[in-house]
Design a binder for this molecule. Sequence first.
Ligand SMILES: Nc1ncnc2c1ncn2[C@@H]1O[C@H](COP(=O)(O)OP(=O)(O)OP(=O)(O)O)[C@@H](O)[C@H]1O
Ligand SMILES: [Mg+2]
Length: 287
Amino acid sequence: MKRLEIKTLQKIYPNGVKAIDNISLEISNGMFGLLGPNGAGKSSLMKTIAGLQKPTSGTIHFNGVDIVKEPAFVKKSLGFLPQDFGVYPKVSAYNLLEHLAILKGVGNPRERKSQIINLLEKVNLLAVKNKEVYTFSGGMKQRFGVAQALLGNPQLIIVDEPTAGLDPEERNRFNMLLSSISEDVIVMLSTHLVEDVFNLCSKLAIIQQGTIRAIGKPSEMIASLKGKVWTKAIDHSELQAYRSNYKVISQHLVERVLHISVYANVQPSGFFPVTPTLELAYFQYLQ
Ligand SMILES: Nc1ncnc2c1ncn2[C@@H]1O[C@H](COP(=O)(O)OP(=O)(O)OP(=O)(O)O)[C@@H](O)[C@H]1O
Ligand SMILES: [Mg+2]
């Protein structure tokens, strides 16, 4: 059983932005979702866990080891797929993985080769192993990103918004891949796509302004809304009035007609009950 323990973590950037504001989290095997809007602090948290930056205060332990104090441990046991991989050098997928594997400490050449071939096969890029990564499509680059994150058999894998910009088919393929690797390791996935978290994660945290707003299983979050969400089609001009009188948690257009969903313990007159979804729970927890 793997265990990541984060205690009262803070990250304040030199310009004064408090990107992580007193976060505590405990994560074990399986896929953990970090769901939050732009600027919530997801990447800041992940980069801090990955050892790319030091926290301002607080602690991070992995299987009992203080990974802030022991960066070598992180390097050995952690795989990271950053949100922005930056520019790829003009080398082939195979050679880039070879280079990264050496950096990661996979020293034995035979072991390195078999690992790289296995990973390329797993992410379905074996046929293009001699092509340069910068010529890959977005989806192929993301799958390559997973392959490099898996070098050295890491016990903790962090993937930061990996499906952003992928088409539905490629996103599906990518999610299946993530799901297949998460059985005996911890995979931490950040996204603003509620559906990805719902499909993949056994547990999630909703994060906003550097703070955890809610934590639990998707099913628990959905259940907490049972009998408490109501919907109504309204005129655009009425929105402000409804906003002042009700807790409007979502608004969306259905064939150009505005529908609002409100949170209330008792059915408001003129409203219909809504079957709760994780998306509604997400909106409800955001402030
Ligand atoms: N290096 C930095 N220096 C200063 N401020 C930063 C830095 N990196 C991030 N921030 C700020 O910290 C806050 C959190 O940013 P972060 O990138 O962690 O959010 P995010 O949840 O990953 O957002 P997104 O979904 O857009 O990727 C934002 O206000 C951002 O502007
Ligand atoms: Mg981010």
